[in-house]
Design a binder for this molecule. Structure first.
Ligand SMILES: *Cc1c(COP(=O)(O)O)cnc(C)c1O
Length: 350
């Protein structure tokens, strides 16, 4: 008999999207990966990788990648922290600010990892439901005054963007820390990075997993005031960013032109897909991310999801109250989007 802490015993654990074996003949539109390859600079650097970079421990302060991020974002290097994916940044934040009885608040539905991290710390979760338009419920979140407030923008799974004026109001009125998870900001028309310069309780999270096509590398970034990051640095693993992520991540960040070009393609694909799906009778939420949340015409998202799967197309579906009639579709390459539309037309007709 193994005696876990009570809250660990109770919790379910995060359920990641399905990852079919590589080489499987499926069109994978379920975990918001980028359909295009990472920067050629990354692949070139990989070929020159030195054995010594692997023999030795990597930089504990991840300076190589932080310097690149500081250049790209135009902020001082001590306003940047790097981690093993933005999921690790989220976990570090939970460990730093939550213990038994602390409060976590976020508008829902959103990224379900926030719930798991709260449960791990035995914190109390206050979910504020989004309205149908996914406007940020600023007043309700302010009333909770949680130790940690998460806002995902653009939001996963809706793709909708929080207004900067709403985020500013939230930042100014919260005593606790506001985490703005911008995993999809590379596909959005605006971001909230500048809030970090005016509010010492705000941290903005970025990742190289989506915009930079590097989900396999595991590199995420936190941007915040130096005092906040100094506290987080105390509890991170010493070598949380490995030798590959340090160097390849820096190269990817410095190739902004490549990232932007792929993002432009994806945004075009997103708009085409949104129009086509609307014409098929689907409700499509306005997305600023690399995915679309839709409700099919008969609202039976569950059986549409299963039928798509039988035809080799995997999208994301959640059998839970707010999302039963919806699915989240990652924008793929032009070819993938076409195959998806062809299948959907067939399925919605029958
Ligand atoms: C994909 C995703 C992440 C995970 O990013 P990693 O850097 O791959 O850990 C974080 N937040 C949201 C909302 C995401 O959708």
């Amino acid at each position: 008999m193994v005696n876990f802490r009570k809250n660990i015993q109770k919790m379910q654990g995060y359920v990641p999207g399905e990852q079919p074996p590589s080489g499987a003949q499926v069109i994978k539109l379920n975990t918001n990966e980028n359909p295009y390859p990472p920067s050629p600079e990354v692949m070139r650097l990989l070929l020159t990788f030195e054995a010594d970079w692997l023999r030795r421990y990597p930089q504990p302060d991840a300076m190589l990648v932080r310097e690149a991020a500081a250049e790209v974002y135009g902020v001082p290097v001590d306003c940047i922290m790097a981690a093993n994916g933005s999921d690790e940044m989220l976990a570090i934040l939970a460990r730093a600010f939550l213990d038994s009885g602390s409060k976590v608040a976020y508008p829902a539905p959103t990224y379900s990892l926030y719930t798991n991290l709260a449960e791990m710390q035995d914190a109390d979760v206050v979910e504020i439901p989004y309205n149908e338009d996914y406007d940020l419920p600023v007043q309700e979140l302010l009333e909770v005054q949680a130790n940690l407030t998460f806002v995902c923008s653009p939001n996963n799974p809706s793709g909708t963007l929080a207004a900067n004026s709403d985020l500013e109001q939230l930042a100014a009125g919260l005593q606790g820390v506001l985490v703005i998870d911008e995993a999809y900001c590379d596909f959005a028309e605006q971001n909230a990075l500048e809030l970090v310069l005016r509010h010492e309780n705000v941290i903005v999270l970025r990742t190289l997993s989506k915009g930079y096509s590097l989900a396999g590398l595991r590199l995420g970034l936190g941007i915040a005031a130096p005092e906040l990051l100094a506290g987080l640095a105390k509890i991170k693993d010493s070598y949380n960013v490995d030798a590959f992520a340090l160097r390849l991540g820096a190269a990817a960040l410095r190739d902004q032109a490549w990232m932007r070009a792929q993002a432009t393609e994806i945004k075009l694909g997103r708009e085409e897909l949104a129009t086509a799906l609307t014409n098929l009778g689907c409700k499509v939420w306005p997305s600023q991310a690399n995915f679309l949340m839709i409700t099919p015409p008969n609202s039976d998202a569950g059986s549409l999801y299963r039928h798509l799967r039988e035809h080799g197309i995997i999208v994301r579906y959640w059998d839970e109250p707010r999302l039963v009639d919806k699915m989240r579709i990652t924008v793929g390459s032009e070819d993938e989007n076409q195959v998806l539309l062809t299948e959907l037309k067939e399925l919605l007709r029958s």
